[in-house]
Design a protein around this ligand. Sequence first.
Ligand code: PEP
Ligand code: MN
Length: 337
Amino acid sequence: MIIVMKRGRDRSASDKIVAEIEKVGLKPVPLYGTERTVIAVIGDERALDIHHLSSLPGVDNVMRVLHPYKLASRETKHESTVIKVKNVEIGGKTVVVMAGPCSVESEDQMEKAAAAVKKAGATIMRGGAFKPRTGPYAFEGLGEEGLKIMRKVCDKHDLVMVTEVLDPRDVDLVLKYTDILQIGARNMQNFNLLKEVGKIRKPVLLKRGMSATIEEFLLAAEYIMSRGNHEVILCERGIRTFEQDTRNTLALATVPIVKDLSHLPIIVDPSHGTGRKNLIAPMSRAAIACGADGLMIEVHPNPSEAKSDADQSLNCEEFKKLMIGLAGIIEAVERKL
Ligand code: PEP
Ligand code: MN
């Protein structure tokens, strides 16, 4: 951290800052210039509150040198994290594909979806039993019944299961069934939920909030990690912009930016990211080309009857074609499915 004092040589103001820095066990290095004093801080600056320091008399500007997150940062852990769930690795040489319907609706629907996504090459099945809906009258999911159905078909088809948990009170219940817990975009800053999944020992798929900056996204991951759960998979799912032609704006630059800042794996969800099924294939190819560790795709055996996100769900045949079309890109980036 670097603290720039206001013009003038008021030694008492800079002495106070020096004392504040020493109080938290860091080393201040003041440089008394002819016009201003600048104080450099040696040690982990995260122990200092930037807003508090900025408010002190005589302080002109405070600049951070380190990122505000630590455990999620590549500065702390240089090698990329690989998360292993059963026989599936996320963040390694493989590109993982998580596919399945938006919502779990029935055993028949899930059985058909599971068989199709497995055959096409997906290794993880997605599906929501607790659905965050924009309006209060929309289908909210089957709850525990949905979790039971999903566990059954995932076991039958040897698929890893990922499903969303909406409420800290449901974490134990969802944990009983699933392999990976999903935190949805709307809950990315639900700090009580983040703390709760930080206590568990199963991987968490954390989706980017629709108006969250990359720094806030990584701070949300830090919340989970700071409670002891270091198995966080990030997911870019599009952000809100003024654009009307897509449901969200899929911010693919997030992938290389996050790869630079963090060691955590990051996947891309082009279904929610665009809201349009014809954009899923091109955006999936682009995601892999820019370094994503995987994809999350909505697939429904009969999209026109889907209880949620019908417009952005591929049918089984379309999903198969998408997977075939990804092979060349996966090879080009020297990864495998
Ligand atoms: C989902 O994946 O089912 C979902 C609701 O996505 P998001 O949280 O990204 O909107
Ligand atoms: Mn959905």
